[in-house]
Write a protein that binds this ligand. Structure first.
Ligand SMILES: [Zn+2]
Ligand SMILES: [Zn+2]
Length: 277
């Protein structure tokens, strides 16, 4: 560990698990944890594979390069909804650059895309987000990639855009943040629900009720590192090697054996992201 504020390494999981959503490049900037060290530390506790997610053109190219360097990593490419809003009139050029990356064999996901009405509050910015989201949905279908959705305070519009475009075959709701009803609406559309460290936060009872209604074969786990560090290390930098905290908490919440949950999380990630890697 290259920085003192990184939490200590937890006990390993009983079987391999995939971190379904991670930003190794942002983590390196945020906490000084080198990507190679992050991959090694994760594998040492059973987090043997990672989906590295891009949020802009440079980050998406970085994700593809990481997936070429490490066989344990596959990439997601996208313009993040808040970046889409920021780009505004420059969005089409950025979208074209992302589309050129989508067919790459190491790219399994189109995302993170979606809507973020928490950070982007102006109508024009939200309109750019919907336009970008629609384009990403189209690529996921056209290139047979998994759609990774970022949804913050925009549940109804996420479903509206998805239904208007037609849901692609594989959808992951990353850092699922809805309640029981929204979970069911996403599951009805075939989505996998990916749970982050937020599920361990004390005030998130409605999220735990969503977890409770999600079938075991539709659950994923993620870090969204360097953000959303699980309890008891909330507020400190996150990394894939901390997944065991979230997975243990989820197993307890669900009342299933950790080994059973680990196996499911591993199998589900392969199903969600188009097969083994
Ligand atoms: Zn996100
Ligand atoms: Zn993310």
């Amino acid at each position: 560990m290259s920085r003192v504020d990184l939490p200590p390494r937890p006990a390993p999981l009983p079987g391999p698990v995939v971190d379904s959503h991670c930003h190794l490049d942002v983590t390196a900037e945020h906490s000084g944890l080198d990507p190679a060290d992050a991959v090694t530390a994760a594998a040492a506790v059973g987090v043997t594979r990672i989906v590295q997610i891009g949020c802009d053109v440079a980050g998406s190219r970085w994700a593809v390069a990481a997936a070429q360097r490490w066989l344990s990593i596959v990439a997601g490419v996208a313009i993040h909804p808040n970046d889409a809003a920021r780009l505004g009139p420059d969005l089409p050029e950025a979208l074209a650059a992302i589309e050129s990356l989508v067919p790459h064999p190491r790219v399994r996901a189109v995302g993170e895309t979606g809507l973020d009405y928490y950070r982007t509050r102006d109508a024009a910015g939200q309109e750019w987000q919907r336009e970008a989201f629609a384009a990403h949905i189209g690529w996921a279908a056209a290139y047979d990639k998994t759609l990774v959705i970022h949804d913050r305070d925009a549940h109804a519009d996420v479903l509206a855009v998805l239904d208007h475009q037609g849901p692609p075959p594989r959808i992951v709701m990353h850092c699922f943040s809805g309640d029981f009803d929204f979970a069911r609406a996403c599951l009805e559309r075939g989505a996998y629900l990916s749970f982050a460290g937020t599920v361990t936060f004390k005030n998130n009872g409605s999220l735990r009720s969503a977890l409770a209604v999600t079938p075991l074969d539709r659950i994923l786990v993620e870090t969204d590192a360097p953000y959303l560090t699980p309890m008891p290390y909330r507020g400190r930098p996150n990394a894939s090697y901390l997944i065991p905290h979230t997975a243990r908490f989820m197993a307890e919440t669900l009342g299933v054996d950790l080994a059973v949950l680990s196996q499911a999380l591993n199998d589900n990630a392969e199903a969600a992201f188009g097969g083994s890697w």
